[in-house]
Structure formats: C-alpha cells, structure tokens
Design a protein around this ligand. Sequence first.
Ligand code: ADP
Ligand code: MG
Length: 621
Amino acid sequence: MAKIGINIATGSLQKNEMIVGIDLGTTNSLVAIIHPDTGKPVVLKEHDGMSLVPSVVHFGDKGVVTVGTEAKKYLVTEPQHTIFSVKRLMGKSYNDVREHTGFFSYKIIDDNTESLVKIQAGENFYSPVELSSFILKELKTRAEHILKTPVTKAVITVPAYFNDAQRQATRDAGKLAGLDVLRIVNEPTAASLAYGLGLSREETKTIAVYDLGGGTFDISLLRINQGIFEVLSTNGDTYLGGDDFDRAIVNHWAAQTGLSAEELAMHKRLSQELRLLAEEAKICLSREESFSGQAGGETLTLTRGELETLISPLVQKTIFSCSQALSDAGLTAEAIDEVVMVGGSTRVPLVKQEVSRFFGKAVHDELNPDEVVALGAAVQADVLAGNNKDVLLLDITPLSLGIETMGGLMDVLLPRNSKVPAKAGRQYTTQKDGQSGIRIAVYQGERDLVKDNRKLAEFNLSGIPAMPAGLPKVEVSFLVNADGILTVRAKELRSGIEQSIEVKPQYGLTDAEVEKMLLDSITHAREDIQVRALVEAQTEAGQLMDTTRNFIQKNAAFLTPAEMEETEKAIAALQALTASGTKDEIQGGIERLNELSRPYAERVMDQAISQAMKGKNIMEP
Ligand code: ADP
Ligand code: MG
C-alpha cells in the first residue's frame, strides 16, 4: 500500500502537500481544502461560483464520458446511458439491491446474484468502483485546474454505516482515479469537524448529525471524547430525501392540472420538465413565501404553506428515525449537546424547525449544509498533513473481530469499539501430531459461535514442519488501519513461516444487519454462554481421548490387559458422552478418565526415572 511519508501515530506527512477533502455524495460531490493563507476550510469553486458537481456520469457516442452538470442534462433524454446514485451500489451484490432496481433507470446486471453488481451502459459494463472513479477523476481535474497544482492525495468521506466492503470500494475508486486516499472519514464526523466540534482534546460532547440529502436520510449520534469520535448509533432511510419532496410537488401539480399518473409516465419530457420546476419551486420556497413558474404551457404555483403540507409526512418520518437513534443509543433528546444540519434539503425551513423542536435546541446551520462534509474532510486532511498537531482523530471498530477456534467458537482478538488504528495478537497451536497446516477463518460479530457471525475471510498457513501436537506456536495478529481495513497475519514462530491477507469482504452488511447482529448478541447471550461451555467441554474431552489413546499405545508394556480394557471402556464412554451428553456429563466423563489414567502415568514416570537412575549408575564406574 502506497502510504508514503505518513506516520499514523503522529499523523504527520511531508510538508507542502496539498491534501484535499472530498465529499463523494449520492447526489452531489465536491472538494474542499484548507486555505493556505487563512488556515480555514474553503470549498473549491469554478468561475461560475459552482462548488457542487452532480454525481452523474454519462456515456456518449465513441466512448465520451462526461461527469457533473453536463451529464445531468442527459438524465431524461438518455436514461440508459446516464448513471446517477452510484453511491447506493458501492460494495453491493445484486441480492442487496434487487428490490430497488426499479429506482434506477439504467441496467443493473443480475447474472450472478452473489457477486458485486455491474452496470451496463451501451456495450460496456462498469463496476460502481469504476463509475465512482470517473466522478473522483473529474473532481481531481477540477481541483488541479483551480489550484494550479497536481492533486494526488485526498481524504474521502462515507456514511457512518458504510461497512468494510463499501469503504474498501470507495478507497479503490480513489486509487483508480489516481488519488492516494489517506483516510476514509465518516460523514457525520466530518460535519462535526467543520463546526470545530471535537477539535479540542479536553472536550466531551454528544452530537446529533442530521443529514438530509437528495435521496438519502441519515441521523448519526456521535460522542466525542479526547479527539475520539465514537458512533453511538445510526438510523435513517436510504430512500428518502429531497427528490421525494420534488416528487410530492409534481404529483400535486399533476392532480391540479388533471394529469393522471399514467399520462405522466407516458410524457417523459413533460414529467422531467415538471420535476425540474418542482425542484426550482422547492429551492425558491426555502427563501420566499410563494412560487410561480411555467411548464407544459401551464402556469403552476406553490406557496410555502402548501409545500409544508405536502412534505410534512416525510419530515415526520425523519423525526421518527431520530427518536429511534436516541433510543438505540440509550439517550434522551436532552443528552444531545449539539445538533448539526447537513445536506441540501436541510435548507427547507420546515425541516430545520422540526429538528430543532425535536431536540429542544437551536441547530447548527451557519455553514452551507451541502458543503459542510467536504469542509470537514479538509480539516481532517489538514490534521493528516501534520498542520494541526493538537488533534488526534480516531474512529472505532463497530463489531468485534476474531478467528474461529476449536469447535466453531469465536475467539475475539479485537473487541467491538476498539479505537483504530488497532493491533492485537494471540498464540495458537496445532491439535494433531505432525499437523502441517492451520486454517485461519476471520469473523466479525458479537456471538460466541462463528456460525452466528459474519465470515470475512479465510486462509491457510501451510508448511508447518512436523511437530507433536501443541508444540508449534502460531501467532495470529490483527491490524486494523485508520480506515478500518483489517490485515490478518499468521506466523509459526518456531519455523518462521508466515501468511497474511488484507481482508476485502465480497459483499457487505447493511446497517440494519449490523444492528441485528448486535441485538442478537444481547438476546442470545445466555444461550451462547451455555453453548460455548458445551463446546469447550467437548473439545477438552476430544483432546484427553487423543492423548490417552496415544499413551496406552506407546506404553502398553506397563499396563495389564485388564487395565487396558478398563481404559478403552472409559474412552468409549467419554466418546458417547461427547456426542450427546450435557456439559456436566462430559465433565464427569473427563474426570473419570483422568482418575483412571493418572496412576498409569505415574507408573510410567517412575519407570522412566528409575531407568534414568540406572543409566547414571552405569556411567559412574
Ligand atoms: P447528497 O448528500 O445526497 O449528495 P446534497 O446534500 O447535495 O446531496 O443535497 C441535494 C438535495 O438538496 C437536492 O434534493 C436539492 O434539491 C436539495 N436542495 C439544495 N438546495 C436546496 C434549498 N435551498 N432548499 C431546499 N432543498 C435544497
Ligand atoms: Mg451528502
């Protein structure tokens, strides 16, 4: 990995590097930097004063790719060749998105439901990573044009609920665009940073970040403590945003002018014209009290009051998510110290008013809500550049990470909520004599049995030289870097052989799944402890039977035939218990076999000692 010149511990990097902060949004993307003169974050603007680049990619004739405002114009005329909302597809398989395919006007390939999605545009197929890289490349070019210097390093933001696969996909998109992605930062964390929250080490605060964009809604509750941002809970709706406000207006106007839904669907041009006018009306009504405009030869009007009636149910839905997030975090509204507004749709006065009412305090809306994430990313970039030495920004792992041990048990190496970057290691050994390989299966989750957790990866450490069981020392170490990406390494210490992998899960967990896994771990805690105890007893019994069998085979000479038979019987009894007995019954069987074999072991030991003594005698003439 090319992380040249950056020291994670100190966060320092060679000077004079311009590191940009990028908000790679579902609807709009943009770039910000720390202004070299003022030391304050600013968004980069073209001559036209536009900072937002619509996250839209159009594929034209002869392979011409356009991104942004130009591409957005093709949404109506060439929907099959115009890709929007690609962020929704990052790190997803077809199975993950199948129920939403109607939402996309372009073709999502469904040949293999398990693997990551592909998008067809004309003759070509693109992955979401490639499509995002087109947007990032456009942002990079724009930034270089404005700054008149090469831009190769960036911090990119992602939603707090993005899992490893989605983060990794975002990082890969950056790499494809020619960017060295120094850090993936959570959007709510960035928004808080833009407001200077969490920048002082002593500060402990609980923050609600309310993000209503074009197509998605996220509420995140964060706790900042000594420069560490902890995500307490997230909630939201991945299909609710400003676009739904526009749709509500279109439907209102259609009803007014006597247009049916079928007619609207038939007249693609008219419906697009109405949609654009609806967005214009909505934006206008964030400032003015009434709006009037033309579409399809009709004059259409809307007042702020009418708009509020139309969107009120949608706003209430977001408020409901806020109360869910609070209850998931075990907090009440009073516990929230600051409320940060993010996303273009929070410019709607009704939204501000309802959020402020719900949390019982004034909200932060001093900065442009569609720019705050990028501004915060620039602050983070500055910290990484080593220009802000007082700050140490860290995130945490959302779920525990561990490996499978005997009997399918989960052995946690890094508990949930570990601060990243994080490192942990533990020693394991072989189970059988001469065992030459060991399988390392990596899991994520809170349950005691790996089968209830999510498998991230698996690999074999092979080529261990033949040794008796228990002798090899296999050290397994986990390293989670600052982006939350895990590297697992296994090394047999006696022989020095080693293996390592970077964990890139094939398809990810949704936020709901993460939530469910956490919830399950609580509901099943009792049952899990019992199962774990049983599996441990079974494992112990298995090992004892193996050693005892080995022992009587090697030392048959010291045992009478009756003793041999008795031992075989005890082993068989323990075998039966292991298969169907309770934990206590198995423990009983272990005790009995131990009792029985202990005197033999002592006898063999005595023999060995007297042999050794005899040997000594011979040595001394
Ligand atoms: P995302 O995070 O999804 O990429 P943004 O934060 O840029 O998106 O938000 C885009 C949404 O904000 C669009 O639905 C747009 O219509 C809406 N929006 C932008 N400005 C305003 C405004 N002044 N009033 C109401 N909505 C607005
Ligand atoms: Mg956004």
